[in-house]
Design a protein around this ligand. Structure first.
Ligand code: FPP
Length: 242
């Protein structure tokens, strides 16, 4: 893995890949063409993050709300996800990428779950970039699942209510293996988190660009990293020089 020449590199970058539909509409194409192009942008982003030496990349691929899209689009996205994994797995292994699915696994099809489990198992010992793919993911739903998990531990007598703390909540989240994101990038210009990493984003720097996801290139990723490098992160404290 090549280390970045950029200073102050975030260890964990999360991306809200928005704007596929608008990208397609502007070209008078059907929305699915935007998603297909979105996969190409994702491949570039993964390679770039890996080459820069970023440790963790989390991408928002399908939210718990996305099921409400027209059935045709939902089916296309599920199929795209499946095919992308089949097509890309060997290269991801070669690039030492470790894949982790974050999201609610209980309502996914057997097929998708199987390919996912395989991808996780086959990349588990890779030592490069950790790629968290948020699929059937919702931040509130994640917190509900974590709360249930802790409540069950309490009910079994394994955890005392007064011992519930940030650490064991963290451990009960889908993202338990990853540090909190340092930087969240959102493409497509909207200024919101859209139920993404609600707990983990407490002190994340947020960078929004109007560029639509299929147009997001290495240069744009680099600009986001440079903007991050100039931010002063205070974590609720006073500035160092004051
Ligand atoms: C948001 O654009 C994008 C999505 C809902 C899907 C993102 C998925 C990909 C880029 C493919 C990922 C594939 C894998 C294998 C992880 P939008 O449709 O909301 O765009 P709009 O806001 O312009 O309508």
């Amino acid at each position: 893995m090549r280390k970045s020449e950029l200073s102050n590199l975030p260890a964990h970058v999360a991306i809200i890949m928005d704007g596929n539909g608008r990208w397609a509409r502007r070209r008078a194409m059907p929305r699915f063409m935007g998603h297909r192009q979105g996969v190409a942008a994702l491949k570039k982003a993964v390679r770039y993050a890996s080459n820069q030496g970023i440790e963790t990349l989390t991408v928002y691929a399908f939210s718990t709300e996305n099921w409400q899209r027209p059935q045709e689009e939902v089916d296309f996205l599920l199929d795209l996800m499946y095919k992308t994994f089949v097509q890309e797995i060997e290269e991801l292994i070669e690039e030492q990428v470790r894949i982790i699915l974050i999201g609610d696994r209980t309502s996914l099809s057997h097929e998708l779950l199987e390919i996912w489990t395989q991808a996780e198992e086959r990349t588990a010992n890779n030592t490069g970039l950790t790629l968290n793919v948020a699929f059937n993911y919702g931040g509130r739903q994640e917190l509900v699942a974590a709360t249930k998990n802790l409540a069950e531990q309490v009910a079994r007598g394994e955890l005392a209510p007064e011992d519930i703390n940030e650490e064991n909540i963290n451990t009960a989240l889908y993202t338990w293996r990853s540090p909190d994101p340092d930087l969240i990038i959102r493409t497509g210009g909207e200024l919101r988190l859209s139920n993404f990493l609600l707990w983990q984003a407490a002190y994340s720097e947020i960078y929004v660009t109007d560029i639509l996801w299929p147009d997001f290139k290495e240069r744009d990723f680099s600009e986001a990293l440079q903007a991050y490098a100039h931010r002063e992160r205070r974590f609720g404290q006073v500035p160092v020089k004051e």
